[in-house]
Unconditional design. Structure first.
Length: 180
């Protein structure tokens, strides 16, 4: 599997440091608030797990799943909610946890959908930010690291449901993408 990776962008140790740093900042920012962490499935699961263990506050966790990629490397633009959250957002300060903020269309769709449910606030934390590809008017309040315009996998991010289990973030080789 490692032979399919062109370059490692974020190491396992760096991922741990990112989660620690962001968790400490979120802890400071959410003291005294009723925090609901909402992971955007499936990609955010590893990041959400590590991040939440670094947030030293009582909080609830829920998940939402949306899709716009299917089995392609480019978003179709058609956003489908596959699994909605189960919590009533009234009274909660919601923290959306995303693996990568790319075009922003899916995250904007989710954000706009959830804001109508009357939370106290909604903020966004993303492990990876790819600002060069942004198409929607949405930005993260907390960013782990910026990444170049390349197809990245690992630590929850996938290509056709594979590579999520890599313990680092890497660029998938173009030859591997072209094989499929």
């Amino acid at each position: 599997m490692n032979q399919d990776i062109e370059k490692i962008l974020v190491t396992q140790d760096e991922l741990a440091q990112i989660s620690k740093k962001l968790g400490e900042q979120i802890t400071k920012d959410y003291v005294g608030k009723k925090l609901l962490i909402v992971g955007i499935l499936k990609g955010s699961i590893y990041f959400l797990t590590d991040l939440s263990r670094n947030i030293d506050l009582p909080c609830c966790i829920d998940f939402i799943q949306a899709s716009s990629y299917g089995s392609d490397t480019v978003s179709s633009g058609n956003i489908e909610i596959i699994k909605d959250i189960s919590k009533d957002l009234s009274g909660f300060d919601v923290l959306l946890v995303e693996d990568i903020l790319d075009t922003g269309r899916t995250l904007k769709h989710i954000h706009d959908m959830l804001i109508k449910r009357n939370p106290e606030s909604i903020a966004i934390v993303t492990l990876l930010d790819k600002p060069s590809r942004r198409e929607a008017d949405i930005y993260a309040d907390y960013v782990g690291v910026d990444v170049p315009n390349a197809f990245v996998v690992g630590y929850g991010l996938d290509y056709n449901q594979f590579y999520r289990n890599l313990p680092y973030i890497g660029i998938l080789s173009q030859s591997k993408i072209e094989q499929n």
